[in-house]
Each structure stands twice: as structure tokens, then as C-alpha cells.
Ligand binder design. Structure first.
Ligand SMILES: Nc1ncnc2c1ncn2[C@@H]1O[C@H](COP(=O)(O)OP(=O)(O)OP(=O)(O)O)[C@@H](O)[C@H]1O
Ligand SMILES: N[C@@H](CCO)C(=O)O
Length: 309
């Protein structure tokens, strides 16, 4: 039996709507992401287990991981031996942590390794993005590529090889807080502005391009100052109970940035010390999470999807 783990990620990373994404590694070593188990079998079998399995449709045909298996057999390797595939669903659905991307990326990574197909990185990314597009209502790569490759990625159709890794400040701590309720990505996309004015578009381009360039120059503190989301956050924040209060309170505790992770409702706070991160996490535990919620203090994961041994 082989096991593949795909980590959670923060889409948009505040300043790069649909174009920046960061992979997450909790500092306590917990696995925050989905795991796929694969082994040869007499016929194709699929099972979904884990803490959030009950939140997914019971019909395997409606599970993205099973759909990836069917697609891989039909389009990539029809003579692949039969497999038993198990998805351990460890991330809540509709969380803003790239939950569907985790299932898709872990499954394709497992199938590619099991079948020995050795698809190129670009082929893998395209396969994965096709499935992300099915559920979120738009083709975007900002959960797929950080989840697959690790790191903070500038990632979009126009980006060479779909992804360019950016340097990150080794001092950054990222507190993620999932409040305990779901927000469907397609719903969170339906409230977005249909158009941006010329000045809004120019400001977005200036922020994102300067942010990426400053990271390349290791001028991290100046990059962080530019982290403001004028594209998605204003229309999405009313959908997320408690977000506005957190956005006001966490900077008083020292957070450098507070923003929505992906489509929400998970919130992330970027902090430049562990002490600040712990204070922010305590506040979030008392004021943002319900009984189903959770929070982790993370670093940016540098490994992406990997086989667990
Ligand atoms: N293995 C799976 N993992 C996650 N979602 C799945 C899976 N299989 C099917 N789905 C369905 O896909 C949809 C995913 O919705 P959505 O894009 O809002 O969630 P998400 O990917 O979990 O969100 P986010 O990227 O914000 O974490 C849901 O309707 C869910 O039932
Ligand atoms: N960039 C996507 C991420 C979805 O998790 C969005 O904000 O809708």
C-alpha cells in the first residue's frame, strides 16, 4: 500500500486574486491535508474515510477522487492494473483551504506514481486544474500548484509552466482559522464584482507585481505592507461572520496582515514572530471558531504533495 499526502493551501494570498497561492505546514507537524492510499486490486475499488468523509456525497461517482481515477483510466492509462483507492478526507469541504484541490492533487499524484506514467509537471497541473474548474466554477490554479509543488506560487495560465515559486520570509508565521462552517466556492465567487474600474485594475497590477518583485529582492517587510485585497475581500467579508471583528482586533495583537484564505471562510493572519502568532491564535479560538472550527500556526510548506513512507 502506498500513501500520498497533499497539503492545504491559501488561495489568493491576499494580494494575488486567482494568481498567488501558498502551501501550509503546521509547526506542530500535524498533516493538514488529504491522504490517498493506493494498491493493486482485483477490480477498481474506491472508499472515502476520515473526519470529513461524511460531508461528501455518498455516491462515489460524485467524489472528485473517484472521478480522477475514472478519468485517469479513460484518458491517460487504459491498461493500468485495477486499484483499490482510499481517500482519507482530512480537510473540511468549502473551507477556503483548498480542500477539493487536495483530493484531486493527492489522487493524481498517487495514480501517476502507481501507474508509472511519469507525466510531466505541466501535464499533471493541467489534469488537476480541469477538476478544480469543475467544482469551483472557474479555472484557477492558486490551490492546485502550491498544493502540488509546495511554497508560495505565482500561478496562472499566463505564467510560464503555470507556476513560478517565490521566496518567502523565513520569519513568517501564518495562523489559519477555520471557523467551523462551510462556504461554497462557487457561491463566494458569485458575489465578486463583475468588472473592475481602470484605476482598480491598475492598483491590483501594481500591488501584485511589486509584491512579487520585492519578495525576489528579499525585501519582505516592504512586500507585506502591500498586502491588501481590494478585489475579493470587500464583497466576501459580509458572508463570513466574525471576519470584520478579527480584521480589526488581530492587528492590535501584532498581526501584519489579516485576510481571507481562498474563497473563505478560513481566515489567515500573517505574523512575524511565534509570540504574535500565539496571541492571534488565542484570540481566534475565543472569538472566531465555533465547536467545529480549528486553528493551526503554520509555516509555508516547502515540499508540496509527497509520498509518505
Ligand atoms: N473529494 C472531495 N473533496 C472536496 N470536495 C468534493 C470532493 N468530492 C466532491 N466534492 C464536492 O465538490 C464541491 C467542492 O466545493 P468547494 O469548491 O466549495 O469546496 P472546496 O474545494 O472544499 O473549497 P476550498 O477550496 O475553499 O477549500 C462540494 O460540492 C463537494 O461536495
Ligand atoms: N482564487 C480562488 C480560490 C478558491 O479557494 C477564489 O478566491 O475564488
Amino acid at each position: 500500500m502506498r500513501k500520498f499526502y497533499a497539503p492545504a493551501s491559501i488561495g489568493n494570498f491576499c494580494v494575488g486574486f486567482d494568481s498567488l497561492g501558498a502551501s501550509l505546514a503546521p509547526i506542530d507537524g500535524q498533516l493538514l491535508g488529504d491522504v490517498v492510499y493506493i494498491e493493486q486490486a482485483n477490480d477498481d475499488r474506491f472508499e472515502c474515510i476520515g473526519e470529513y468523509a461524511h460531508k461528501l456525497p455518498t455516491d462515489p461517482k460524485e467524489n472528485l477522487a473517484f472521478q480522477c481515477l475514472t478519468h485517469f483510466r479513460a484518458q491517460v492509462k487504459s491498461d493500468m492494473p485495477s486499484v483499490s483507492l482510499t481517500l482519507e478526507k482530512k480537510l473540511p469541504v468549502g473551507s477556503g483551504l483548498g480542500s477539493s484541490a487536495c483530493s484531486v492533487v493527492a489522487t493524481f499524484a498517487a495514480l501517476n506514481a502507481f501507474a508509472g506514467t511519469e507525466l510531466s509537471q505541466s501535464q499533471m497541473i493541467e489534469l488537476m486544474a480541469d477538476f478544480e474548474a469543475k467544482v469551483s466554477g472557474a479555472r484557477h490554479y492558486d490551490n492546485i500548484t502550491p498544493c502540488y509543488l509546495g511554497g508560495l506560487q505565482l500561478t496562472a495560465e499566463l505564467v510560464p509552466d503555470r507556476a513560478l515559486a517565490l521566496p518567502v520570509d523565513p520569519n513568517w508565521y501564518i495562523v489559519v482559522a477555520y471557523p467551523g462552517f462551510a462556504l461554497n466556492t462557487s457561491k463566494a465567487r458569485s458575489v465578486l464584482p463583475a468588472t473592475l474600474t481602470l484605476s482598480e485594475s491598475v492598483e491590483f497590477a501594481q500591488r501584485m507585481s511589486s509584491f512579487c518583485t520585492l519578495l525576489q529582492l528579499n525585501r519582505f517587510d516592504e512586500a507585506v505592507v502591500l498586502m491588501q485585497d481590494n478585489v475579493a475581500e470587500p464583497s466576501r467579508s459580509p458572508l463570513i461572520e466574525g471576519f470584520k471583528e478579527a480584521k480589526l482586533s488581530l492587528p492590535e495583537l501584532g498581526a501584519s496582515v489579516v485576510s481571507i484564505s481562498g474563497a473563505g471562510p478560513t481566515l489567515f493572519a500573517l505574523c512575524d514572530s511565534l509570540e504574535i502568532a500565539q496571541k492571534c491564535q488565542n484570540w481566534l479560538k475565543s472569538n472566531y471558531l465555533n465547536e467545529q472550527g480549528f486553528s493551526h500556526i503554520c509555516k509555508i510548506d516547502s515540499m508540496g504533495t509527497r509520498e509518505l513512507v
